[in-house]
Design a protein around this ligand. Structure first.
Ligand code: T1G
Ligand code: NAD
Length: 708
């Protein structure tokens, strides 16, 4: 019997069963809460039913509210009928025990629904969580009131302010779950429900023993606010979530719900939340490649090899080892190999020290990485990732070598930052198996993986690399083959303008501070020091050989000529103490800049933080428009996702193009056209930008040229 199209009800003896069927993730779309309510009320009146089980159909329990509905809520369209909290209160008031049976993910409104039930059982690999803060909101259906009653203050604050999922075993320990079911979930839940027949249902709202005292709780909330300020700088929702959980310890249940609703509304109508919801869907759209369907045959990748154990090679190898995939890593000489392996060991030891994983896990991962100086075993791997110096001749030489060794069907990938993938592929007899896999530094940390589609790259190779990206914890974004691809093509102008501003009189530290305080994970010049200034230097020298230039001022070349490559040499734009990554302003650099500016006759002036911000980000917006007009990216939202996961752009600002839409395409164009007059060709507005401004079309609706 259907309570609504999305909730079916059935019986097993005296147990009433409500099954939510709203693929793909049983979100609480219109009709689902209403179906649950109708089911509980109907079973409530059915004398043959002594207890109720609520379960999700398909791959998961309820994964939360329907995020697609939020836009309607913030545009004033309200849903008819009882509010979600009322529905949950009715479930909780049921005189017959209601048991939530959880598999997959009980997230957000899904966990809130389960906590309004009287008992919760789950399979061992289930996850529960309140991830709302990742959407810039807080739990809005009593999650901040019921969770502390089940799991205590500390756990509730962690889950609501952090948003990370909790494994079933930990949820059981915390008191959120009542039982882990072995075998069939529904059978286990029915058996559990039978044990509760005739007992007074345990209503979560009535449980207060874990709410602690104001005195005992105060340090917990203070520490949580501090941690959230550090972890989620400038972000509203985590602080609001902590306020709401605190309300649970100070107010009666229904007043706590009212306080939560206030905070929820404030967050939901915030720009931060709109930005983060844009990102949620953007991160799902990147995986959709128009001409590559879900039916494309994937190539099994169970063993990998990496060439080069430098800054990038080591991090790349760690990603595969972390995902359980054995990796061979090859270098030219023992010293370079030892250096590379020591960096890997140090990075793992850091993670163990920070409690991210155990020593045993570190040993397991290290054991999956095989350092070597030869190509032994390369004929048995499924994928080879090259990460040697940035030089076309060297890369073509290596691709020529691995083309002769690698087994048929192996994927040959290059981590090149800028070089032409088709030209690299031309060094092989199997260009259809060649692809760019451009990781971002540090490769074991940054989640972005820019996949570069060559003219011959096969759909199987692309689909496989998109799937591998997810497996190694990355967000794969497919882009077209052009100089600097999409990421660095946009990041180049951003870092170029930072250098010009330094020449025009802005202090190095002020430029970085302006972007950092605005929300970037790190300032543009400090980022250069992290990645290694020599990478760009090699690229500029390679270009100069071809009579080309990136149009960057010369300061970074001067620094590199002095051996100032950044953190890896203890000095770059800043100087660094041994073993410490803290950047210290260096008067020597200030002098180099001053002398270069005087030599070039650059007029000196002061800049506001907003001018610095716009000079850098508008230059990237302009380049992003060029990328779209050339068909090198599929969507403007792909560009947003790349800035978040490749360049530390703040999630609560939605990404480069989404942020620029907040300012408005006309204003952005006008400013760029003005700088074109002032600074010349490097600020020439792209054609697409001009067209968007003339038609008043927002960036997010920009139509890219056909992908190529
Ligand atoms: N609403 C609408 N659509 C959703 C959705 C949701 N909550 N979750 C997923 N989808 C869509 C997604 O866009 C994609 O669509 C498809 O489902 C598969 O998702 C009241 C207010 C559950 C762990 O934040 O974390 O509850 O691209 O590719 O990798 O207090 O989706 O195929 O068209 O991500 O297997 C809180 C969000 C909401 C959970 C599955 N809940 N979802 O991951 O698949 S706020 C969340 C996820 C809330 C309450 C508040 C993940 C997943 P399409 P997918 P996946
Ligand atoms: P790196 O100088 O730190 O490391 C390169 C390593 O390659 C060195 O250890 C060198 O010994 C080794 N090598 C050279 N020739 C070799 C060969 N024939 N066989 C085996 N090993 C060999 O450089 P990196 O920063 O790791 O850059 C590597 C590649 O990744 C370049 O193409 C670069 O453009 C790209 N990349 C760099 C970054 C970055 O931020 N550093 C980011 C993305 C991509």
């Amino acid at each position: 019997m259907a309570m609504s199209d999305l909730v079916q009800s059935s019986k097993s003896g005296e147990i009433g069963i409500l099954t939510v069927n709203n693929p793909p993730v049983n979100a609480l779309s219109p009709g689902v809460p209403e179906g649950i309510l109708a089911g509980v009320e109907a079973f409530g009146k059915d004398d043959g039913v002594k207890a109720i089980v609520l379960i999700g159909g398909g791959r998961t329990f309820i994964a939360g509210a329907d995020i697609k509905e939020f836009g309607k809520m913030t545009s004033g369209q309200t849903r008819r009928g009882p509010g979600f909290n009322e529905i949950l209160n009715t479930v909780e008031k049921s005189s017959k025990p209601v048991v939530a049976a959880i598999h997959g993910t009980a997230f957000g409104g899904g966990l809130e629904t389960a906590m309004a039930c009287h008992y919760r059982v789950a399979v061992a690999d289930a996850l529960v969580g309140q991830p709302e803060v990742k959407l810039g909101i807080i739990p809005g259906a009593a999650g901040t009131q019921r969770l502390p009653r089940l799991a205590g203050i500390q756990k509730a604050v962690e889950m609501c302010a952090g948003g990370d999922p909790v494994k079933a075993a930990d949820a059981l320990k915390a008191g959120i779950l009542d039982q882990i079911v072995e075998g069939d979930l529904l059978a286990g839940a029915i058996a559990f429900a039978k044990t509760k027949i005739g007992q007074a249902p345990r209503r979560t709202r009535d449980l207060t023993d874990k709410l602690g005292t104001a005195e005992a709780n105060a340090p917990v909330f203070a520490a949580a606010r501090d941690a959230a300020r550090k972890r989620a700088r400038n972000v509203l929702a985590p602080q609001a979530a902590i306020d709401a959980v605190e309300a649970a310890t100070k107010l009666p249940f229904d007043q706590g719900i009212a306080r939560e609703a206030e905070l929820f509304q404030k967050c939901l109508f915030s720009d931060q939340s709109k930005s983060m919801i844009h990102v949620f869907f953007g991160e799902r759209e990147v995986a959709k490649i128009p001409d590559i369907g879900k039916d494309i045959q994937l190539i099994p990748v169970n063993k990998v090899a990496v060439i080069g154990a430098g800054t990038m090679g080591g991090g790349i190898a760690m990603n595969f080892a972390n995902a359980g995939i054995p990796v061979l890593i090859k270098e030219t000489d023992q010293a370079a190999l030892d250096r590379g392996m020591n960096t890997i060991k140090k990075n793992y030891a850091n993670s163990v020290a920070k409690g991210r994983f155990t020593q045993a896990q570190m040993d397991e991962r290290m054991a999956r990485i095989t350092p070597q100086l030869t190509y032994d075993g390369f004929d048995k791997v499924d994928m080879i990732v090259e990460a040697v110096f940035e030089g076309m001749e060297l890369k073509k030489k290596i691709f020529g070598e691995i083309d002769k060794i690698a087994k048929p069907g192996a994927i040959l990938a290059s981590n090149t930052s800028t070089l032409n993938i088709n030209e690299i592929a031309s060094a092989t007899k199997r260009p259809q198996f060649v692809i760019g896999t451009h990781f971002f530094s540090p490769a074991n940390v940054m989640r972005l993986l820019e996949l570069v589609r060559g003219a011959a790259t096969s759909k199987e190779v692309i689909a496989t690399c998109m799937a591998i990206s997810k497996k190694i914890g990355k967000i794969g974004v497919l882009v077209g083959n052009c100089w600097g691809f999409v990421g660095n093509r946009m990041f180049g102008p951003y870092r170029r303008e930072a250098q010009y501003l330094a020449l025009e009189g802005a202090k190095v530290a002020d430029i970085d501070k302006a972007l950092y305080e605005w929300g970037m994970a790190m300032g543009p010049l400090a980022t250069g020091d992290l990645a290694g200034l020599d990478v760009g230097w090699r690229i500029r020298k390679e270009l100069a050989l071809a009579g080309k230039s990136t149009g960057e001022p010369t300061v970074e070349d001067l620094l590199c000529e002095l051996g100032r490559y950044g953190q890896k040499t203890g000095a770059g734009w800043y100087k660094y103490e041994k073993g410490d990554r803290t950047p210290h302003p260096d008067p020597e650099v200030a002098k180099i800049i001053k002398d270069t500016a005087a030599e070039l006759g650059v007029p000196q002036k002061t800049f506001t933080d907003s001018e610095i911000l716009r000079r850098l980000l508008f230059s990237s917006v302009n380049e992003a428009c060029r990328i779209l007009e050339e068909g090198k990216a599929y969507r403007a939202s792909d560009i947003d996702v790349m800035w978040l996961h490749g360049f530390g752009f703040p999630r609560y600002r939605g990404g480069l193009m989404y942020w620029a839409d907040g300012i408005g395409v006309k204003e952005v164009y006008a400013q760029i056209a003005n700088w074109h007059q002032q600074y010349g060709a490097r600020w020439a507005p792209s054609r697409l930008l001009r067209e968007l401004a003339e038609s008043g079309t927002p960036f997010r609706e920009a139509k890219p040229a056909p992908f190529n």
